[in-house]
Design a protein around this ligand. Sequence first.
Ligand SMILES: C[S@@+](CC[C@H](N)C(=O)[O-])C[C@H]1O[C@@H](n2cnc3c(N)ncnc32)[C@H](O)[C@@H]1O
Length: 432
Amino acid sequence: MRDGGRLSAAIEVLTDIEARHRPARLALKSWGTDARYAGSKDRAWVSGLVLDALRRRRSIAWKMGDDSVRAAILGVLKYEWDWPVDRIAAAVTEEPHGHGALTEAETAALETPRDLADAPASVRGDYPQWLEASFARAFGDAAAREGEALSERAPIDLRVNTLKTDPARALKATQPLNAAAVPELPNALRIPAPAATDRAGAVETIPAFSKGWFEVQDLGSQIAAACAGQVKGAQVLDLCAGGGGKTLALAAAMGNTGQIYAYDSEARRLADTIRRADRAGVRNLQIRSPVTEGPLVGLEGKMDVVFIDAPCSGSGAWRRHPDTKWRLSEETFARRQSDQDAVLDLGATFVKPGGRMIYVTCSVLPEEDEDRVAAFLARTEGFVVKPATADEHLSPRLTPEGYLRLTPATAATDGFFVAVLERTQPLADKAP
Ligand SMILES: C[S@@+](CC[C@H](N)C(=O)[O-])C[C@H]1O[C@@H](n2cnc3c(N)ncnc32)[C@H](O)[C@@H]1O
């Protein structure tokens, strides 16, 4: 495909996403199915352009003085991909697939964008206007800067699976991917963010991946799992195990000692975990599926660690799923907070005295983070907050209460929140 056709395709896909409120992944997939003439480079290019437009949707609309889909795509080419205006003008007039010549207003906006310095923080930081108060609470004057960092392309992080190999051997095996060690975690490797139009997916194709030597897992997610602390020989319940990302990280830290139970209220989400655990050499995992009767019966008050990777807005992962920031509604945001209260209450019943509950979200929004912990502590006796980490690299990221908050701007990870709550009294001692 030539540039004109690719641009028109990106406009078509972004229109589909916005007009039908479709997830970007599905809209791109259905365009790809229809566009059999498009090669893999074309697909990567169109996808890269659409995702970049979603990342900078509001700031580009401001600079262009136009919030249309076409303006968003043109704006990415100029402001993010540094295309000269002549090249854009030539692409949109290509026959037969160009989208139509630039208007005078478009040319003027591309040449002299409206000054972003005058825009509200949520425009500069590319997040929804209705979240302005939340961002201001979380970040104060740094709200726009944090939003900007959540709008960058993300690197690809790998977790070295110590059940199968060690960091030095894994580093060697991943040299074709340009992976490098990460100071914060000895078992983490990082591959720099790919260019917008590069094809991703090479990670799964290298032989060391099929041997189970590493998993693709954001550094923030690896750090959150590490906040479980000493887990060798422990009884661990991963209560919101989903696809098993944290389960596998916890299992590796346990070194096949003790027992890890993986549960999720949605059985289908657990489907992949057994296959992944097998590949990773995990032998101390029990899947507790909600389709069986009383899946968690017998574990009450017995766990050393209950890990709660709570359902959340996913605001910390906007770099990777930029469409979700515009699809998030106030209703869903409120529903997630009720879900979070429910998993905290459920999780608490399994923690033994002296045991720990690790509450994690991939959200940067206080309503899902410290507010949920505060509400839990207000209605539950017998838990105290412990510092989420003792690691010297990470302690600057602790909040005054002892929670860990990671963001792309401050930690170069996805956004994560971690609270560690220790049970000081048995469940039966709870106030009536
Ligand atoms: C953030 S995702 C988990 C991601 C997973 N831990 C990982 O690392 O790949 C949150 C999960 O919580 C599950 N969930 C929601 N409500 C739940 C509940 N009441 N009990 C258990 N799991 C729940 C969802 O089905 C979802 O899979």
